[in-house]
Design a protein around this ligand. Structure first.
Ligand SMILES: [Zn+2]
Length: 266
């Protein structure tokens, strides 16, 4: 059993890390001057799911009236804000618990395609969009996470509009093209790709070329991100903490961006 002092120490460290209980001026020195942006949706039983997936459920085991409060939850691995491990699309790819934290932290690049998506929900973010971003903001650094801000996160609370099933019975939302995945993996040595929709492939895709190309090369995908509007095009640092599921094809994650206060938009 932990002593009270140990609990107190743990509580203080967590409070300092999250910054909810202590003001910025009281933070431990390494986090002073940094802004923390949570890119994670809340999980609940109305969280949108990819067609065919198993949604999030919370079942109470002990109510607080009995002296303490605890639940059990169940969900598909790819529900809510989550990571796709290489094993999701690659027979010899790493499963979730085998992806090291070195491959889950890195500089963050945010490509804004909201204007295009407003006109075309089936948009595939392609090399053209990446090059346009690089011309404006500089080359994508090696070891980065490259995410698309499509504006889709604003639909999250309306699951029907987030999934956006069409007359063809296929979901319609934006994603990345296969060539974008290959360019980022091979030419830019990106370790992660991410998006604020249900999938890094466009919704109508049936063969998931972005997943095959990027996870096949050992990268990870981040799906159902939020709060991307609160980030600059580059300059933030990403920390991804998925559940360490043994043999998992992926897993729900807390995804957090760190941004120096003196670096606003770039
Ligand atoms: Zn996934």
């Amino acid at each position: 059993m932990c002593s009270f002092r140990t609990y107190l120490l743990i509580a203080l460290v967590i409070a300092a890390f999250i910054g909810t209980s202590v003001g910025d001026e009281n933070r431990v020195p390494p986090l002073q001057g940094w802004r923390i942006v949570d890119l994670t949706h809340e999980l609940n039983d109305s969280s949108p799911v990819y067609p065919g997936s198993v949604g999030f459920r919370l079942k109470n085991l002990v109510p607080i009236e009995k002296g303490y409060y605890t639940n059990e939850f169940s969900m598909g691995e790819h529900v809510g804000t989550h990571v796709d491990a290489p094993a999701h699309f690659s027979a010899d790819g790493k499963s979730m618990s085998r992806v090291s934290m070195q491959r889950l932290t890195g500089p963050l690049v945010v490509i804004d395609v909201k204007e295009e998506v407003a006109k075309n929900p089936d948009l595939a973010v392609c090399i053209k969009h990446i090059r346009r971003h690089e011309q404006k903001h500089g080359a994508i650094p090696p070891g980065a996470f490259v995410v698309a801000n499509t504006g889709w996160a604003s639909r999250w609370k309306d699951a029907k509009s987030y999934v956006n099933l069409g007359q063809d019975n296929l979901p319609h939302f934006p994603g990345f093209s296969e060539s974008a995945a290959k360019y980022l993996a091979n030419e830019r040595k990106a370790i992660g790709m991410g998006i604020d929709t249900l999938s890094t492939d466009v919704g109508t895709s049936k063969d998931f070329p972005q997943h095959r190309a990027f996870l096949g090369g050992g990268g990870v995908n981040l799906e159902n991100l939020t709060n991307l509007d609160k980030l600059p095009s580059r300059g933030a640092f990403l920390f991804v903490a998925p559940l360490k599921i043994g043999n998992g094809s992926g897993g729900p994650a807390r995804v957090v961006a760190f941004l120096r206060n003196d670096r606003s938009g770039e």
